[in-house]
Design a protein around this ligand. Structure first.
Ligand code: FUL
Length: 713
């Protein structure tokens, strides 16, 4: 009997069967939340019923409570300026003499981060620990004369500060024997090293990039059952993210989230097979998890989202790369952590092994911002009453007890509810925080509205959709002593565990620097006087000019600006922008609609048909001999799968004999997932009158390439 039971467990067939409409719970092999079988042809109403039965695993609840985590990208790419390495770099370039993992950890801590994921092996296959399974590891570099182990340095630094440690391991690998079955043995060996040498590992992160042969060019038959078993055996508590069963990618790499974010997802694999890899969840779909979108799935499982926010535009450090602004980071926090997702805030240590000082300042400022916002909860001392309550201890006052599992719950057959809150006196706030008791009741709320009692009447101050583990709804600044929360739509009867109110301080953003179609530079300081420089000196300094009207920089430059008042000393933060050489006088040939190629408008683009002879050529005649130190390419913006992004290019200049001379060539790694502007700096400055850029390849073997904007500088 025992043997039979174990057998049943292995094939994942435990089921609590009842009548047809009752949920049939199923057991997956590597995922241990509560999932439910979807009967073919199920009605939307029945789908609602079973969706309300899905529950997270204990690991997933732990994960969702983290909210914000850290991420650190540092390897050979830090020394080459690439986002994706080649696997052929000379290992002697890796010598971060000043590396200080304590400084990395202190920087994460200053932003309030308690758990960090370290990239131990990226797509290039280089191991930051001395692995016994391959040649290309830290042991072959000059770093500490081949005796270094940066995974250990980092984990030790985390442990000293009580920070949880997680590892990123790229399944895609540009080294031998990737593509052959024996790669599975190598992967098991390396994972075993990582999971047995360094104590407790909280999470294993499998990057999805390159697993698809369209990106990597190589088909690999991963032995996922063996891989997942290794993790579940060596570190049973560890979460598996990405190509794994516990956490899914939110669908972009720009720190954005969905306004409506469901943790209950439709899995298109049969009962036991959901392991996270090839779950066929359309990760980038806008309506992911909506009832109609769940139709056709074989089972419903708890599969929560995580976003990623590189605080520089790329993941790895690059000379001169711009930082995100504080406002961007705060918006990202609200869109992810505040919308039922987590976010990974990425730091990129530089080629000395240190987090650059401006990044340190930004993280500290971000941390201070969040602490200021969460310092005071304005529902302290409040009392609440619900329109109706399920029997059994679900009173509305549990919203204020800081416990996810004690909650208000609507009666069995009610999918709406109203909660009246008497605040402790008049309070002023602009953020409403809600949480559902996902542990016991899953995710149910679909729509809600918040009203405030103002001038003897109820006024709607905010509307939201999903809640899940967390909703941080920004509302106008409101002063009131009474609040009403109306849940207007829910998948079965809603639960609510938390209602808190906060005040998010206004951020004094730096002025906005833009370029119009004429190439003129405009600076907007929201009505305040603006001071700016164009030579990379500080806009607070003596040389800064007062901005009066749009201006031109025919040969380009670097604009830095602040807004505020010299007398009061009350300043905004600083903004900056690299300005390319003015494109107005250029003669551009190549592609369809070449007038869009350098029109300063990211929304329009020039298209190139790569199947045609010379179809990928861009020819630009400048109006005179010009000094050039690099160029930048802005790919079409939008979703990660947007077609037409350039993957590989060659840049030429015409010499005095009319011959094309190659200046440089290269590729843009990770441009599909993270379509940021790609900047290429030439090794040496050139002087040129005519240039040619050849688009060698678009991503995923597409035949069309697009250029939203091109800049020379
Ligand atoms: C992506 C990778 O390809 C990037 O290089 C980066 O590591 C990011 C976090 O995940 O899929």
């Amino acid at each position: 009997m025992k043997g039979l039971l174990t057998g049943l467990l292995i094939i994942g067939a435990i089921s609590v069967i009842a009548q047809n409409t009752e949920p049939k719970f199923i057991k997956n092999s590597y995922y241990d939340g509560t999932s439910v079988l979807v009967n073919p042809g199920i009605s939307n109403d029945d789908m609602v019923k079973i969706a309300a039965e899905v529950r997270p695993s204990a690991r997933q609840v732990r994960w969702q409570q983290y909210g914000m985590l850290g991420f650190v990208h540092f390897n050979l790419n830090t020394f080459t300026g690439r986002e994706w390495g080649t696997g052929h770099e000379n290992l002697s370039i890796f010598n971060p003499a000043g590396l200080d993992a304590d400084q990395w950890v202190a920087t994460f801590k200053s932003a309030g981060i308690q758990s960090v994921i370290m990239v131990c092996k990226h797509h290039d296959g280089f191991c930051l620990w001395p692995s016994t399974s391959r040649e290309r590891t830290i042991a072959q570099t000059p770093y500490k004369n081949g005796k270094g182990d940066i995974v250990r340095e980092f984990i030790d630094a985390c442990r000293k500060e009580g920070i949880k440690t997680c590892i990123y391991y790229s399944p895609w690998d540009k080294q031998e024997p990737y593509g052959k079955l024996e790669y599975n043995d190598l992967m098991i060996n390396e994972l075993t090293e990582l999971l047995t040498r360094y104590g407790n590992i909280d999470l294993v992160w499998f990057d999805g990039a390159g697993i698809d042969p369209k990106t990597s060019g190589v088909k690999m038959d991963f032995d996922w059952p063996r891989i997942y078993n290794t993790i579940r055996t060596l570190q049973p508590q560890a979460l598996i993210s990405g190509a794994g069963p516990d956490i899914r990618w939110v669908g972009n790499e720009g720190g954005r989230g969905r306004f409506t974010e469901w943790s209950v997802q439709g899995i298109h694999l049969p009962e036991a097979d959901f392991s996270g890899f090839d779950s066929q969840v359309p990760l980038m779909a806008a309506n992911l998890g909506h009832i109609e979108q769940l139709q056709g799935a074989k089972q419903l499982a708890w599969y929560p989202a995580r976003g990623g926010l590189p605080i520089r535009y790329g993941w790895f450090w690059k000379e001169g790369q711009q930082l995100r602004t504080l406002q961007y980071m705060v918006n990202s926090y609200f869109e992810t952590v505040g919308q039922n997702s987590n976010v990974l805030v990425n730091l990129s240590p530089d080629n000395h092994g240190l987090i650059p000082s401006e990044d340190v300042v930004l993280m500290k400022t971000f941390g201070e911002y969040l602490s200021a916002m969460f310092k005071k909860n304005y529902t302290d001392g409040a009392v609440a009453k619900a329109s109706s309550v399920r029997e059994g201890g679900y009173a509305a006052n549990y919203l204020f007890d800081d416990d996810l599992r004690t909650c208000w719950l609507a009666p069995e057959d009610e999918s709406k509810g109203e909660i009246l809150v008497d605040l402790y006196g008049v309070q002023s706030f602009n953020v409403v925080k809600l949480q559902e008791n996902i542990v016991d009741f899953g995710q149910r709320i679909e729509e809600f509205e918040v009203d405030a009692w103002i001038n003897s009447a109820w006024k709607i101050i905010g509307k939201g959709t999903t809640v899940g583990i967390r909703r941080l709804l920004r509302v106008e600044q409101t002063k009131t002593n009474k609040l009403r929360l109306r849940i207007t739509k829910s998948r079965m009867s809603p639960s609510l565990a938390t209602l808190e109110l906060y005040f998010a301080p206004q951020i004094k953003e730096g002025p906005e620097i833009t370029q119009n179609k004429k190439g003129e530079i405009l600076i907007n300081g929201n009505g305040l006087p603006i001071y700016y420089t164009v030579d990379n000196t500080s806009p607070f300094g003596e040389k800064a000019e007062l901005y009066r009207k749009p201006f031109r920089l025919p040969v380009g430059g670097y604009v830095r600006a602040i807004a505020g008042d010299r007398n009061s000393g009350n300043w905004s933060s600083e903004s900056s922008k690299t300005i390319g050489i003015e494109s107005q006088p250029w003669k551009i040939k190549g592609g369809d609609e070449s007038r869009y190629l350098a029109d300063y408008d990211p929304a329009t683009s020039t298209e190139f048909d790569l199947t045609e002879k010379n179809g990928g050529e861009i020819l630009i005649e400048l109006n005179r001999q010009t000094k050039l130190s690099g160029f930048s390419y802005l790919p079409p913006q939008g979703a990660p799968n947007e077609p037409g992004r350039v993957e590989s290019y060659t840049f030429y200049t015409k010499n005095e004999n009319g011959k094309w001379i190659e200046v440089c060539s290269g590729d843009f790694g990770n441009i599909d997932n993270n379509p940021i502007e790609q900047t290429v700096n030439f090794k040496d400055q050139i002087i040129s009158h005519e240039i040619k850029i050849v688009i060698n390849r678009a991503t995923r073997k597409q035949t069309v390439a697009k250029v939203a904007d091109l800049r020379l500088f």
